[in-house]
Design a protein around this ligand. Structure first.
Ligand code: SAM
Length: 399
C-alpha cells in the first residue's frame, strides 16, 4: 500500500500560506460578486428578479404582488427545494487556526466597515424571517469573538426564529453560556478535533484544550445539552481517535458528530486520501459498540445512530463528500461581509451589503433574495471531474 504523504500544515505566521490565502479568500476584491449584479447594478438585477417573480407560481398577480410586501413568502429553488435554514456568519475573525480550515494569518481579516453591522444583520434577519426562514445558526469565524453576539441572538429570538443555534470552538463558551441561553439560544455545536491536549493544540495551533473542555461541560450541564460535538478527521492527524470520540459520547452523553474533511481549507491541502469517509468511521465504531440508526429529517446533514447497549450519547455522521445530501438541502448562508451564498461550494456571491447600503427597501431585499435562491445549485459537484474549490474558504463563508 502506498504511504500517505501528510502535508506540512505549518505553524502560525505569514509565509506562503498567508499569501495564498490572501489571494484566494477573504478580501472583497478577491471574491466574485454575482455576475448579474455586476452587469446590471443591483437595481437592474432587481428589476429582472421582480419581472421573474411576478410570474412565480406562489405569487398571485391578481392580488398585487408588490403591495403585499414580503411577509409570508417562502423561498424555493428551481429544483423544488424549500429553503428554511440560514447560517449567519457574524465575523470572519477566529481565535483558532485549525489546520483543515484557515491559514495562519490575521492579515486576511476584513476591515470592520466591510463586515455587516449588528443593525444590518438584524434587519436582514427580519427580512429572512419574512421569507420563511425558520432555523438560524450563528457562526463565523468564531462568533464569540465579536462583542455583542448575545444581543444579536436576543434580537433574532424576538424576531421569532423558533430554532436558534450557534457553532463555536468553545474557547470562550464557559463564561458566556448563561448569557447566550438568557438571550434565547436553543442549541449549540462545539468543535473538538482531538481528545488529546497536545494534538488538539497542534491542530488548532492554540493552547486552549482545557478552556474548550470547560465550554463543553458548561453547555452539557445547561439547557443546551446534549451538546453536539463536531470533529473533522484528517488522515494521519486524528483518525486514530474514532473510538476515543465514541467513548467520549458514551461517557458524557454528548452527540458526537464526524464531518468529512471538505475541500474548503485555506492552504489547499485537501485530498481524498486525507479525508476519512463516514463509512469507515461507522464500521470502526459499530465493531466496538454496535450502533442502530435513528430516523432523521430529510434535510438534516447527519445520519444519526445510538448505541445498541443503551449507553448514553449519540453518533452523527456527516458525509458531504462520500454521500452528498444536496438533494434535500434546505440551507443558504450569509457571510460576515453580507454576501448570500446558496451552497458552500458556490462559485458566486450575491451582494446584500451593497443593497443594504444603497437604501434598498425590505421588499427589494426580499425579491432579490428570492431570485438568487431560485438559482441555487443542484449540488456541490465535489465528485465531478471538473470540480474546482470555491474562492472563499470555510472561515470566510461560515460553517
Ligand atoms: N469557529 C466555529 C467553530 O470552530 O466551530 C465556527 C466556524 S467553523 C468554520 C464551523 C465548522 O466548520 C467547524 O465544525 C469546523 O470543524 C468545520 N470546518 C471547517 N473547515 C472545514 C473543512 N475544510 N471541512 C469540513 N469541516 C470544516
Amino acid at each position: 500500500m502506498a504511504t500517505l504523504a501528510i502535508p506540512d500544515f505549518g505553524d502560525e505566521g505569514s509565509g506562503a500560506n498567508a499569501r495564498a490565502s490572501r489571494t484566494r479568500t477573504g478580501s472583497d476584491a478577491g471574491t466574485r460578486a454575482s455576475r448579474r449584479q455586476r452587469r446590471l447594478g443591483w437595481k437592474g438585477a432587481l428589476h429582472r428578479s421582480s419581472t421573474y417573480f411576478r410570474c412565480a407560481p406562489d405569487s398571485n398577480p391578481e392580488s398585487g404582488f408588490f403591495l403585499r410586501g414580503i411577509e409570508n413568502m417562502t423561498l424555493h429553488d428551481k429544483f423544488g427545494r424549500q429553503i428554511t435554514d440560514l447560517r449567519i456568519s457574524v465575523t470572519d475573525r477566529c481565535n483558532f487556526r485549525c489546520i483543515y480550515c484557515r491559514s495562519a494569518d490575521p492579515e486576511n481579516y476584513q476591515e470592520h466597515d466591510k463586515i455587516l453591522s449588528w443593525a444590518e444583520l438584524e434587519r436582514l434577519g427580519r427580512v429572512f424571517h419574512g421569507l420563511g426562514i425558520r432555523k438560524v445558526r450563528v457562526t463565523g469565524g468564531e462568533p464569540l469573538v465579536r462583542p455583542g453576539v448575545e444581543r444579536f441572538i436576543a434580537s433574532m429570538s424576538e424576531t421569532g426564529f423558533p430554532d436558534l443555534s450557534m457553532t463555536t470552538n468553545g474557547h470562550l463558551l464557559a463564561e458566556r453560556c448563561d448569557g447566550l441561553i438568557a438571550a434565547g439560544l436553543k442549541r449549540i455545536n462545539i468543535s473538538l478535533d482531538s481528545l488529546n491536549a497536545v494534538k488538539f493544540e497542534k491542530i488548532t495551533r492554540t493552547k486552549t484544550f482545557s478552556s474548550v473542555m470547560a465550554g463543553i461541560d458548561a453547555a452539557q450541564n445547561s439547557v443546551l445539552g446534549p451538546a453536539k460535538i463536531n470533529a473533522v478527521l484528517v488522515r494521519g492527524f486524528n483518525d486514530d481517535e474514532v473510538e476515543a470520540f465514541a467513548e467520549f459520547a458514551r461517557q458524557r452523553g454528548v452527540i458526537m458528530r464526524f464531518i468529512e474533511f471538505m475541500p474548503l481549507d485555506a492552504d489547499r491541502h485537501w485530498s481524498r486520501e486525507l479525508m476519512v469517509p463516514a463509512s469507515e468511521i461507522h464500521a470502526r465504531i459499530h465493531a466496538r459498540w454496535p450502533l442502530v440508526q435513528i430516523p432523521h429529517e430529510a434535510s438534516e446533514t447527519a445520519r444519526k445512530y445510538r448505541f445498541v447497549d443503551g449507553a448514553p450519547g449519540e453518533i452523527g455522521l456527516i458525509a458531504p463528500v462520500t454521500q452528498p445530501f444536496c438533494g434535500h438541502c434546505s440551507r443558504i448562508r450569509l457571510t460576515a461581509d453580507g454576501k448570500l451564498r446558496t451552497c458552500l461550494f458556490s462559485k458566486e456571491d450575491h451582494d446584500l451589503r451593497g443593497l443594504l447600503r444603497e437604501n434598498a427597501s425590505d421588499e427589494d431585499l426580499g425579491i432579490y433574495v428570492r431570485s438568487v435562491v431560485s438559482e441555487k445549485e443542484q449540488g456541490h459537484r465535489i465528485n465531478e471531474p471538473d470540480f474546482r474549490p470555491p474562492s472563499r474558504t470555510m472561515v470566510f463563508i461560515g460553517g
